[in-house]
Design a protein around this ligand. Structure first.
Ligand code: ATP
Ligand code: MG
Length: 243
């Protein structure tokens, strides 16, 4: 069953979104439209609000003011339509494959279909040989690949990724990148935060540059890296702003 059934939930539209804690605006009035298709990469210094923005988009946080709206409100966004991969994978104390079948179960996939689909997802990230191992004994890179397999098995319309390769060695990071490219090729919209500018160049169609809770710049990736429009972005690319 293809779960990306029309009508599409994209675009996702944010209108004047503010997220404030104790009077401090962590997200300071962001308006943004995320369309199906291009891989959107979010970059910016530490504390700019990138993770909070992803969590708002994924529905894990609610805006203090402003609106976040999917296109088809009659079909509320749920785990069938969107998935998120966190910097540190959140896994259950079960086997690798059970982590995936559990995610399929809670999104309503029929029991008989879960195991073949989970094994297929593990195969795609090169983890089928570890299917029966407890998730907790997998290495950091393997756990991250498992988190990606779990998201992939859901065939989400949108996948949010928050620094999915931050703690991985270069080889493991490239494996994750390949998985992301393949998911995108199969029709999933990619929205990813990364501090790895090489990765942003490799994977990004468009770049969102965040600075101090604002969306400071949005540009096609090649233009952003060649000729950033704002001083902050230019400084960031030159390493003058902490990443
Ligand atoms: N629930 C919260 N309560 C209070 N402050 C928060 C909360 N979540 C985030 N913050 C603060 O908001 C700011 C933005 O956080 P966020 O995690 O989005 O930054 P980031 O851009 O992802 O940074 P990094 O690159 O370091 O991951 C930080 O100063 C953080 O301390
Ligand atoms: Mg973050």
């Amino acid at each position: 069953m293809d779960m990306r059934t029309p009508p599409s939930l994209l675009p996702l539209e944010l209108d004047q979104v503010v997220f404030a804690v104790g009077g401090r605006r962590i997200i300071d009035g962001i308006s943004l439209r995320l369309d199906a298709g291009p891989r959107t990469i979010i970059v910016g210094p530490n504390g700019a609000g990138k993770s909070v923005l992803l969590r708002l988009c994924h529905g894990l946080l609610l805006p203090t003011s402003g609106t976040i709206r999917w296109t088809a409100p009659e079909q509320p966004a749920g785990p069938r339509h969107q998935a998120m991969v966190f910097q540190r994978p959140v896994l259950l104390r079960r086997t690798a494959v059970a982590n995936v079948t559990y995610a399929l179960a809670i999104t309503g996939v029929a029991r008989a279909r879960r195991m073949p689909r989970a094994l297929d997802a593990l195969r795609r990230v090169g983890l089928e040989h570890l299917a029966k191992h407890p998730a907790r004994v997998l290495s950091g890179g393997e756990q991250q690949r498992l988190a990606l397999a779990r998201a992939w098995a859901l065939s989400p319309e949108v996948l949010f990724l928050d620094e999915p390769t931050a703690s991985l060695d270069p080889g493991a990071a490239l494996e994750i990148e390949k998985g992301i490219v393949a998911m995108h090729a199969s029709g999933t919209k990619i929205v990813m935060v990364t501090h790895n500018l090489g990765q942003a160049r490799r994977l990004g169609d468009e770049i969102l540059f965040m600075h101090q809770g604002r969306l400071s710049e949005r540009a096609p990736a090649d233009r952003f890296f060649k000729d950033p429009a704002s001083r902050e972005a230019a400084q960031f690319l030159e390493g003058e702003l902490p990443r």
